[in-house]
Every structure is written in structure tokens, then in C-alpha cells.
Design a protein around this ligand. Structure first.
Ligand SMILES: [Zn+2]
Length: 234
């Protein structure tokens, strides 16, 4: 096989390996972490915390209302028992009853508002929990496909790596050294000749060189960028 062609194939395999590794990393990260699920979970935590707080506030108000109602009952019993004879005490009692009634109705109003907010909170919790469940199930459905992709990519990378090793040993050591040096300085060592141009530097290859490239088996390098020139037509 032509040296340049062999090196070009190495270069292609290197590109393939790089892409497979990047794809594999992407698949592994998607298996490891699902953005949709994570976001839903965060929202669910926040909404549930707010709901728990509302419930607590409601039960505190419940207790306050109950205490005020009990107190009112006590005061009214006192009033109707007839035990409070002195008009001064009676007046104070009536005052306290009035005050307690006002307090009771104020608390009841607050409780009603709180109950409405609890109800709305309950709906919000149900919505977000349904969203979370949907996101989780979508993710779970995605897992087998991702695992399959992971397996395929791992297998492919293994195959390419093995083929690469074989191909690498077939290339002459000094050619390989030149290739590596070019790769280090230019990123890409072998440039395809496309429409008479070096694809590495996009400068036209002189026609006499193009002609030579078609017939020779000796590696030729671009006179502008120094990359090995590869003409796939041969
Ligand atoms: Zn060039």
C-alpha cells in the first residue's frame, strides 16, 4: 500500500476514535445525569417545602381559632350564669366578649384565606409531582437506548483501536515519525487533494505536481503547507 494512503487511513482512524470517545462521553453523561429530571426534582422539592409550610401555618391558625372559641364559650357561660352581679364586672365581661368575638372572626378570616392557599398549594404539588413522574419515566425509557449506544460505541472504539494498532505497525518508523511531527505542528498531517487544491491550506497544487502525484508512489508534500498530499483517486 502507498505510504501516504496508509498514513491517511491512520489519520481517519484517529478521527474516528476521537469522535467515538466524545460520543461515548456524551452518552455516559446522559446516562448519569438527566437535566429534565434534575430540574423537575428541584421544583418538586421547592413546591413541597412551600406546601408543608402552608400546612403548618394552617394548623397553627386552627389551634388559635379553637382557643379563641373555647375562651368565648367560657366567657358566655360566665355571663349567663348570673354569677357576675356587679355592674362594673358585667361591663368588663361584655367588653371581653366583644373583643374575643372580634378576634375570633379575624382569625377565622385568616384561616379561610390560608385554607384557600393550602388548596392551591395542593394542586401545585400534584402538578409538579406529575411532571416529575413524567420526566422520570421518559428518562427511564431512554436508558435502554442509551445503554445500547454506549455498548455499540465501546465496541466500535475497541475495533478501531485494534485496526489502528495493526495499521500502525505496517507503516515504516521514519514515515510515522514525520507524520507525528506534522500532526503536532499542523493538527492534520495528511491533506486530501480536492479539485486540485490541498485541503490543508486550500492552495492550488501546481499542475505538474498533480500529475506526478497520480503516477508516483513516493510520498509528496504540499509545497505551501508541507502536509503529505493524498489523492484518493490514485
Ligand atoms: Zn497545503
Amino acid at each position: 500500500m502507498d505510504v501516504v494512503q496508509a498514513l491517511y487511513e491512520l489519520q481517519e482512524m484517529e478521527g474516528d476514535l476521537q469522535k467515538s470517545k466524545a460520543d461515548l462521553a456524551e452518552v455516559v453523561s446522559r446516562l448519569d445525569h438527566n437535566e429534565g429530571v434534575a430540574r423537575s426534582r428541584d421544583r418538586s422539592t421547592r413546591v413541597n417545602q412551600a406546601f408543608t409550610k402552608l400546612q403548618l401555618q394552617q394548623s397553627e391558625l386552627d389551634v388559635d381559632v379553637q382557643e379563641t372559641t373555647d375562651r368565648l364559650k367560657e366567657l358566655e357561660q360566665q355571663l349567663y350564669s348570673g354569677n357576675t352581679a356587679a355592674s362594673k364586672d358585667l361591663l368588663a365581661l361584655q367588653h371581653e366578649i366583644k373583643f374575643t368575638k372580634e378576634k375570633q372572626s379575624g382569625l377565622e378570616e385568616k384561616l379561610l384565606e390560608k385554607m384557600e392557599r393550602v388548596e392551591a398549594g395542593q394542586k401545585a404539588v400534584a402538578t409538579i409531582d406529575a411532571e416529575l413522574a413524567a420526566a422520570e419515566s421518559a428518562y427511564e425509557n431512554e436508558i435502554p437506548t442509551l445503554q445500547e449506544q454506549q455498548q455499540e460505541l465501546e465496541l466500535h472504539a475497541k475495533d478501531v483501536a485494534a485496526a489502528y494498532q495493526t495499521a500502525e505497525t505496517a507503516v515504516d518508523a521514519s514515515d510515522l515519525k514525520t507524520y507525528r511531527l506534522l500532526q503536532k505542528s499542523k493538527g492534520m498531517a495528511i491533506a486530501k487533494v480536492e479539485r486540485g487544491m490541498c485541503s490543508g491550506c486550500t492552495i492550488a497544487v501546481p499542475s505538474h505536481e498533480l500529475q506526478k502525484l497520480r503516477t508516483t508512489t513516493t510520498p509528496m508534500r504540499c509545497s505551501s503547507c508541507g502536509r503529505f498530499l493524498f489523492s484518493p483517486v490514485g
